[in-house]
Design a protein around this ligand. Structure first.
Ligand code: SAH
Length: 366
């Protein structure tokens, strides 16, 4: 396999270009291109063509390369399927929103958590991603924003000028707090190398308590999202095996400690699930009015925002999506009880943008 230049330190990169008979300053030029997300040497315009060809023969730029790139019909969501050095596939998603350009980053190839509604975990965990593999996902998105922005790829507020990634959510495939040190290393670099503010970065976890404690110790004021999906341990354990290890009360108290430390609003994610009964009708699963009331009680008095997420259908899974009316009924109960809530807009469902679906499809076909 050709060496990945993005993985080199500055000194290693200098040595590499000097060994190719080139002046030292070329290393700096190459580094700048790498930090812009240049997918190939061809794009490095101020590097002489001869050297670009030479580099192409002996090296590669980033530790990922794009195998599939899909644009949603409204031009606001781009989904990438990326291949890593060992041929593992990962997904990342670029979302152009009214508040900025947000990238949803994967933290692992596959996932070991076994949540019953999720596609990412169906084939198990392959491995943790490195700091550079996570950074490269953001760089790929950045490059696309700056270089491939088509006419239709404008943000919903009509602002086509801002072509930088401004937000990162670690909500792609994998459980970030099972890869905590690399995730921390990645966030540090996204902040220092790409200038993305702590407050624009969100880690989403199924509730790994020691991982949340580690984030507390680390001390950066990022955002924390908890994938709760149920207000009682009994219900949660039926859909999220991790709940057998860390109970809701423990998870929420660690999360409170984190958000109080930084005076941040806690994000709670709640997928609304239905299930088909014997007659083929959809019954509410975790989305009944009773559960909405229990959730309101559980979160009463907390500084939090509940993101209600309509379930994206995963064929292999036993659940069903519920009607828009049922979603609104659930939300109304939370609002009546004084809980901040919003319904997550579905994005890119036309390009299989939901949670591990593209990778799964690709693996199954491959
Ligand atoms: N492991 C982390 C981050 C990855 S999952 C976590 O659990 O938070 C990101 C979010 O997508 C989680 O809230 C997860 O529960 C949700 N999710 C998974 N599969 C989904 C599906 N089919 N439809 C909608 N949301 C889903």
């Amino acid at each position: 396999m050709k060496p990945v230049l993005f993985d080199f330190t500055d000194t290693e990169l200098e040595k590499f270009v000097v060994d190719l008979g080139q002046p030292r300053f070329r290393a700096k030029q190459i580094r700048e291109w790498l930090l812009r997300g240049a997918p190939d040497f061809e794009s490095m315009k101020n590097v002489p063509e001869k050297l670009r060809k030479q580099l192409d023969d002996v090296a590669q730029t980033l530790p990922v390369h794009i195998t599939t790139k899909l644009e949603s019909s409204d031009g606001q969501t781009t989904k990438f399927l990326l291949e890593l050095g060992d041929c593992e596939q990962i997904e990342c998603v670029l979302m152009r929103t009214s508040y900025g350009n947000s990238v949803c980053v994967s933290s692992q190839a596959g996932c070991a958590m076994g949540c019953k509604f999720c596609a990412s975990t169906l084939l198990g965990l392959k491995r943790n991603l490195t700091v550079n593999e996570m950074l490269s996902q953001v760089l790929v998105a950045q490059w696309t924003l700056r270089n491939n922005t088509q006419e239709k790829s404008i943000r919903p507020n009509g602002d086509a000028n801002n072509n930088d990634v401004s937000h990162i959510v670690i909500m792609g495939t994998g459980e970030p707090l099972q890869n905590t040190e690399n995730v921390i290393g990645f966030i540090e670099r996204a902040n220092s190398d790409m200038g993305i503010g702590w407050r624009h970065i969100t880690v989403s976890t199924c509730g790994i308590v020691p991982g949340i404690k580690r984030l507390i110790e680390w001390g950066r004021p990022i955002n924390l999202a908890i994938s709760l999906h149920a207000p009682t341990d009994e219900l949660r354990s039926t859909i999220m095996p991790i709940n057998n290890k860390y109970k809701i009360s423990e998870v929420l108290s660690a999360a409170d400690e984190f958000t109080n430390l930084h005076n941040r609003q806690l994000m709670i994610e709640y997928i609304l699930l239905g299930r088909k009964n014997a007659d083929g009708e959809t019954e509410l699963y975790n989305a009944t009015p009773e559960y909405a009331t229990m959730l309101s009680k559980l979160l009463h008095g907390k500084n939090c925002m509940v993101n209600l997420i309509p379930w994206n259908t995963v064929d292999e899974r036993d659940f069903a999506s519920i009607s828009g009316n049922a979603v609104h009924r659930f939300q109304d109960i939370l609002i009546k009880n004084g809980i901040h809530t919003r319904i997550r807009r579905e994005r890119g469902t036309d390009i299989g943008s939901a949670c591990g679906q593209l990778r799964l499809k690709h693996k199954r076909q491959g």
